[in-house]
Write a protein that binds this ligand. Sequence first.
Ligand SMILES: Cc1cc2nc3c(=O)[nH]c(=O)nc-3n(C[C@H](O)[C@H](O)[C@H](O)COP(=O)(O)O)c2cc1C
Ligand SMILES: CCCCCCC(=O)C(=O)O
Length: 378
Amino acid sequence: MNSKTITCIEDLRQLHKKRVPKAFFDYVDRGSYSEQTLHANRADFENIKLRQRVLVDVSKRSTSTVLLGEVISMPLVLAPVGLGGLQHADGEIHACRAAQAAGIPYTLSIMSICSMEDVAGAVKKPFWFQLSLLKDRGFVKSLVERAIAVKCDAIVLTVDLPVLAQRHADIKNGMTVPPRWTFGKFVDFASKPAWVSSVMRSKRKTFGNLAGQSGNSKMESLAAWMNEQFNTSPTLKDVEWVRNIWPGKLIIKGIGDARDARDVAKIGAHGLVVSNHGGRQLDGGRSTISVLPEIANAVGADLEVLVDGGVRSGQDVMRALALGAKACMIGRAYVHGLGAAGEQGVAKAIDLIRKEFEVTMGLTGVVRVDEIDRRILA
Ligand SMILES: Cc1cc2nc3c(=O)[nH]c(=O)nc-3n(C[C@H](O)[C@H](O)[C@H](O)COP(=O)(O)O)c2cc1C
Ligand SMILES: CCCCCCC(=O)C(=O)O
């Protein structure tokens, strides 16, 4: 990667597309059904106009903030992303290292290729772990115990997958468990030799956290196991159950309605993420940035509100903070960096957003993160 000619997240996306087989790139890039929500997430950010302020001393700016009691270098968190290790060999380790070097939290997906023990053994600081309420509660409990043992900082409990939506591109690309092989796919893989030699040769190719679960070594039984395990429609009682078995910080991810937000505040979660799973679940739903103000109003100071979905720049981070978020999560923005160039690519994605955020602070007349509010919006 020629770091100097990469000037925005879209450049990393183009490089990612060039380097990673189409099925894996589309798995990241695309959304569910007609992709209306995927596109609304972006379009609604672009419609929020910032107010230019000058004649204010902005020579000394700080992007740092406090999130859930921890000082972080900017209001940004890497979101949980399944199958990261198929974008780049040991992808989750690369992403976590880049986040920690940049001073921001990293969230490991339950559906990662590297297990939480693999990541903990390869990085210096604690990270966040994303949990799903699978049907086998004994197994969920064992994941929580493992998260305690590897000293995870927080659990991010994802609740927006009560049923699984369809992603047309994944079906067309044979991005299924087990994968469907076609002649076209072989040709595509052959045109990405660097990816093939690293990812295909990597010893880690299946879901690390699920090792030992129903036939994890056999793709067919893993598919059946996953379909059964994810189809559980959890309720608030289940969230309370996690609250009772996890002693640390708990963040509920996938909230899109003020009623759910108030419920989550009542059961003593520390934070929530306004999220529609990056436009990969409910299609036809509202963008997250348009839902954020009503959720921030509904919970007030009871818990910390994060938002994700469509964040691609430091300007987007400013818009989200102005509308009530304490921080943003990014998914695709960093995975494009991961697919493009591993740890260096993720570091580049974070750095691009950090620099844009810092400049945007200066051009909207603010020097501290806690000064950002609705007044910076036109
Ligand atoms: C390829 C991919 C895999 C994802 N896997 C997970 C996951 O395992 N768990 C989860 O809670 N969210 C998952 N998400 C959703 C992200 O955590 C996040 O909500 C979303 O990417 C935010 O939208 P953005 O990509 O536009 O930033 C995934 C998203 C993508 C793009
Ligand atoms: C059985 C489906 C698991 C999906 C896990 C990854 C994910 O959340 C995604 O959006 O993709």
